[in-house]
Design a protein around this ligand. Structure first.
Ligand code: GLA
Length: 780
C-alpha cells in the first residue's frame, strides 16, 4: 500500500511502514522504517533543527544542515559529509548536484526495467518520486516498490541526462537509507571457494564498513546481502534490517555511523573501476535493491527475504514448483567417462529413486581436462557416440530426466572458438592476460559474443530432450578491456547487461528447462541470477559439516528452494573428513537434494539407506523445499539445528547436528519453533541406524562370541547390518514443544539401548513433527 498526504509518503507492508516526507527545501527526509504505523500527524518524528550545530555547514540561512538529517538520497557537495549515493561530473565540471522534489506518481504494479531483471508481483505497488537538479536539467527518479505480503520494499534509481553534454557517473547507488541509531551489528556472508557464505557478525559503531566485490561477479568473497541488527538482537528477538541487490556483478554496500547518531546504509553497483559516460538524453538504470525489517529477530527477517525470493524473484513458472532429486556424475568421474559408464550410473540411480541424471563437464570438444575445449559445444563422439540426443533418449527410456552442464561464458585458448575468434576473449591489447583454471572470460559486452553463446546453447537444447541445465562460470574477471564500450569504466557493468540479455533469451526460449546456476560452487549466489535460474549450486564443498555453515549462512537471505545440496562420498573430496551417510543426507535434505558420488562403490546397506533417504525426501519434499526455515542461536560451534515448518504449521522437520562428541555430555533440550501453541503434535525421530564399525573394540564385549575388530566377519556384517539408535516419540502441544523438550541422553561412555542417541563426531538426527489431526487423517 502506498499513500501520500501533504507530501508525506507512507509505504505499508503487512507488518512494516516506511515513511518519508518532502522538506521545505525539496529534499526528502526519512521519518520511519520499522513496525507498521497508522496514518497520523507525523510531526513528532520530524528531525528538529532550530539552531546551528557547531561546525556544520548550513544549506539555508538559519538552521538546516543536511549533514544532520536522515535523508532518502543525499545531494553531493551541499554540506552532507557522509558517504554519498551519487557522484558524477556535471556539465560545469564540478561534482556538485542538488536534487530536489519535482513531482511523484503512484502506480498499481511493479515496473520492469529495460536492461536489468526486476522483481514482479500482482500485489506490488510502485511510487516514483522525481527529483530534479537545481542547476541542470538532470533528473533522478527514486523508485520504490512495495511487496505487501513479503514485507519487502525495493528501491532503485533512474538517472536521466537532459543536458546536451555527457555526464560522467562515477558512483550511483540504488538505495540509500538513513536510520537513527548509534551502532549496529553488521552481519555479512564472506568466504571463498569451498567455504562460501560464512556468516560474520561484528559491532559497527564508528566510521564506514564496506561489503563489496570486485571480481566481476557477486563473488564468493562477500555476498551482496547485508544485515544490520541492533546489538542484542537474536534469531528470534529484536530489531534488524536487511538489504540485498538484484545484481550479479560487482556490488557495494556501505554502512556509515555518522557523528550524530545516524547510520547511513547504501547499496548498489560497486564504484570499483566504474565510470559511466551518460550521453545527452540517455537514461541509466541502477539495479533493484531489496530492503526489509523486522522487530522479531533475524529468522523473521530471513522469512521476508525467503517469501520475496520464492514469489517475486525466481521465474514465476518455478515458484512453488517441487524440484527433482538428481544424480550428478562430476565427483564420480570428473572428465573420465563414456556412454557405457554414464548409462550404468543412471541405471543404478534410477533403482535408488533418483529422478534426474545430470551429465557434468567433459562431454564436448576436446574437453578431457580443464585445459581445453571451453567454447566448443560440439559433442565428443569418442565419449558419446550417439551424441547428446542418443544419450538423453536412453536416459529418458529408463524413466529419468536428463540434464547437462555448460560453461558458456568462458573459453580455453586451446579451442576451436579461440582459434577462430581470439578477439572474443577479454584481455588488454598488448598485455598477456592472467588465467584462472586455464581459461579466459568471453567478452559478454559484445553483441556477437552474446549471439554466439545463445546460438551454441540453444542448438544443443533444441537437439535433445534436456530438462535441466547447470550453467557454470568458473573464474573471476581480470585484464578487463572491451572493444564494445566507449569507456572502459563501463566494461564490468556491460558484461552483466550482456549476460542478462543472454539469460533472458535462452530461459524465455526454453521455459520448461530447469536452470541451476553455478560458479565454482557459490561464487555467484545472488538475486540477479535467481531472476533467471531458480536454483544455485551452493558450494563445491559437500562435506555436511561445512554445509551447515554454508547453507546456514545463505539462509539469511535465500530460501532452501534455491540451494543445490548433494550427498557425496566420504572422506570428502574437499576436506578429507569422514562423516556418516546419515549426516550427509540430513544436511542435504535442508536444500535441493541431489547425489554426487560413485554408486558402484556403495555396499548394499548404503544403497538401501540412500533409497530410503530419497523416498523420505520425496514424501517431505514440499516442506523441505518451501517450508519456513529457522536457525538457532544455541551453541553454534558444536551443535547446529535447522528447522522447517509447513505454511499451515501442521508439519515440521528438525535437524539436530553435532560437530564433535563431548565425553559424558549434558542432556540436550530442543526448543521447536514456528508451531501453533494450541495444536497437539506428534514428534518422532526419523529411523536411524549406525555403522557397527563406530563401536570399535567395544563390539567384542557385546557380541555373544568374541569377534576380531576389523576382521572378516565384522567387515562383512557391516555390509548387511546396522545398529538402530535414537528411537523417540512424544505427543505434546505446540507451547510445550516450543518451551523445549528434553530429548534422550547421548552415549555417556557406557551402555547402549536403542533409545540412546549415538551421535559421535559429526552425528545428526532428524525429527518429524506432525499435528495429531494430520496423523489421524493418515498423512504421516
Ligand atoms: C565447477 C563446478 C563443479 C563442476 C566443475 C566442472 O567447479 O562448481 O560442480 O561442475 O566446475 O568443471
Amino acid at each position: 500500500m502506498i499513500t501520500e498526504k501533504n507530501k508525506v509518503f507512507m509505504l505499508t507492508t503487512r507488518e512494516t511502514s516506511y515513511i518519508f516526507r518532502v522538506l521545505p527545501s525539496g529534499h526528502l527526509e526519512n521519518l520511519h522504517y520499522g513496525d507498521r504505523l497508522r496514518e497520523q500527524d507525523f510531526r513528532a518524528i520530524h528531525m528538529k533543527q532550530n539552531a546551528g550545530a557547531g561546525s556544520s555547514v548550513l544549506y539555508r540561512d538559519g538552521a538546516m544542515s543536511l549533514d544532520l538529517l536522515p535523508l532518502e538520497y543525499a545531494p553531493n557537495g551541499k554540506g552532507d559529509y557522509r558517504i554519498m549515493p551519487l557522484e558524477m561530473e556535471m556539465p560545469d565540471g564540478s561534482f556538485v548536484t542538488d536534487f530536489v522534489y519535482a513531482g511523484h506518481e503512484i502506480i498499481e504494479e511493479a515496473l520492469p526495467m529495460e536492461t536489468l531483471p526486476t522483481a514482479y508481483g500482482e500485489d506490488a505497488m510502485t511510487l516514483i518520486v522525481t527529483l530534479r537538479d537545481k542547476l541542470f536539467p538532470v533528473t533522478l527518479k527514486l523508485i520504490y516498490t512495495v511487496f505487501y505480503d513479503a514485507d519487502v520494499i525495493t528501491r532503485r534509481v533512474l538517472l536521466k541526462n537532459g543536458t546536451d553534454q555527457i555526464l560522467k557517473v562515477r558512483k550511483i547507488m540504488s538505495a540509500s537509507l538513513d536510520l537513527l541509531s548509534e551502532s549496529y551489528d553488521v552481519i555479512t556472508l564472506d568466504g571463498g571457494w569451498i567455504r562460501e557464505a560464512h556468516a560474520h557478525r561484528r559491532n559497527h559503531a564508528y566510521g564506514t564498513l564496506v561489503n563489496e566485490s570486485s571480481t566481476g561477479s557477486s563473488s564468493n568473497r562477500h555476498n551482496p546481502g547485508v544485515i544490520l541488527a541492533r546489538p542484542g538482537t537474536t534469531e528470534d528477538h529484536g530489531r534488524c534490517y536487511g538489504v540485498n541487490l538484484l545484481y550479479s556483478g560487482n556490488h557495494h554496500t556501505a554502512v556509515e555511523v555518522s557523528s550524530h547518531g545516524i547510520v547511513r546504509v547504501m547499496t548498489g553497483i560497486s564504484p570499483h573501476n566504474f565510470l559511466w559516460p551518460l550521453a545527452p538524453g540517455a537514461v541509466f538504470e541502477a539495479p533493484e535493491a531489496v530492503l526489509t525489517t523486522s522487530g522479531k529477530g533475524v529468522n523473521d527477517l530471513s522469512h521476508h527475504f525467503h517469501d520475496f525470493v520464492n514469489h517475486h524473484v525466481i521465474p514465476e513458472r518455478w515458484s512453488g514448483k517441487e524440484r527433482p532429486v538428481l544424480l550428478n556424475n562430476w565427483e564420480a568421474t570428473f572428465f573420465d567417462f563414456n556412454e557405457r559408464k554414464i548409462l550404468s550410473m543412471a541405471r543404478e540411480a534410477k533403482k535408488l529413486g533418483v529422478e534426474l541424471f545430470v551429465l557434468d563437464d567433459g562431454w564436448f570438444g576436446e574437453r578431457n581436462d580443464d585445459t581445453a575445449g571451453l567454447g566448443d559445444y560440439e559433442v565428443n563422439r569418442k565419449k558419446l557416440p550417439g551424441g547428446i540426443r542418443g544419450l538423453a533418449d536412453k536416459i529418458n527410456a529408463m524413466g529419468l530426466y536428463f540434464g547437462l552442464w555448460f560453461e558458456p561464458e568462458m573459453v580455453n585458448e586451446d579451442s576451436a572458438l579461440f582459434r577462430k575468434h581470439p578477439e572474443y576473449a577479454i584481455r588488454v591489447p598488448g598485455r598477456k592476460p592472467s588465467k584462472g583454471r586455464n581459461q579466459l572470460v568471453l567478452d559478454l559486452a559484445r553483441e556477437e559474443v552474446q549471439n554466439y553463446i545463445i546460438s551454441q546453447v540453444e542448438t544443443v537444447l533444441a537437439s535433445a530432450p534436456i530438462a535441466y541445465v547447470k550453467w557454470d562460470m568458473n573464474r573471476h574477471i581480470s585484464d578487463l578491456y572491451s572493444e564494445a564500450v566507449p569507456h572502459q569504466g563501463m566494461a564490468f557493468h556491460s558484461y552483466i547487461l550482456g549476460l542478462y540479455r543472454v539469460l533472458r533469451k535462452i530461459t524465455e526460449d526454453f521455459p520448461d528447462v530447469l536452470f541451476e546456476s553455478c560458479s565454482s560452487g557459490g561464487n555467484r549466489f545472488d538475486l540477479g541470477m535467481l531472476c533467471y535460474m531458480p536454483q544455485t549450486w551452493a558450494s563445491d564443498n559437500t562435506d555436511p559439516i561445512e554445509r551447515l555453515k554454508i547453507q546456514g549462512g545463505l539462509s539469511y537471505f535465500y530460501p532452501p528452494s534455491t540451494m543445490g545440496a548433494h550427498v557425496s562420498q566420504s572422506p570428502h573430496q574437499q576436506t578429507l573428513r569422514r562423516t556418516p551417510l546419515e549426516t550427509r543426507f540430513h544436511a542435504a535434505t535442508f536444500g535441493l537434494l541431489g547425489y554426487e558420488l560413485d554408486l558402484q562403490h556403495l555396499n548394499l546397506k548404503e544403497k538401501e539407506e540412500i533409497s530410503q533417504q530419497i523416498s523420505w525426501y520425496k514424501s517431505h519434499r514440499k516442506l523441505m523445499q518451501f517450508g519456513r526455515f529457522y536457525r538457532y542461536d544455541e551453541e553454534k560451534d558444536n551443535r547446529v539445528n535447522f528447522m522447517v515448518v509447513s505454511e499451515d504449521q501442521e508439519k515440521a522437520v528438525l535437524g539436530n547436528f553435532q560437530i564433535l562428541q563431548k565425553p559424558s555430555p549434558s542432556f540436550d533440550v530442543l526448543r521447536l519453533k514456528g508451531l501453533l501453541k494450541e495444536r497437539l503434535y506428534q514428534v518422532e525421530t526419523v529411523k536411524a541406524s549406525m555403522d557397527i564399525e563406530a563401536y570399535g573394540e567395544l563390539l567384542k564385549h557385546i557380541t555373544p562370541v568374541k569377534l576380531k575388530p576389523g576382521g572378516l566377519i565384522l567387515r562383512n556384517a557391516r555390509k548387511i547390518y546396522r545398529l538402530p539408535h535414537n528411537v523417540e516419540r512424544y505427543e505434546a502441544y505446540g507451547d510445550l514443544l516450543q518451551s523445549g523438550i528434553r530429548i534422550s541422553q547421548q552415549f555417556m561412555g557406557t551402555g547402549y539401548s536403542k533409545e540412546t542417541r549415538m551421535l559421535g563426531d559429526f552425528g545428526s538426527q532428524l525429527m518429524t513433527v506432525i499435528s495429531k489431526e494430520e496423523v489421524e487423517n493418515g498423512d504421516r
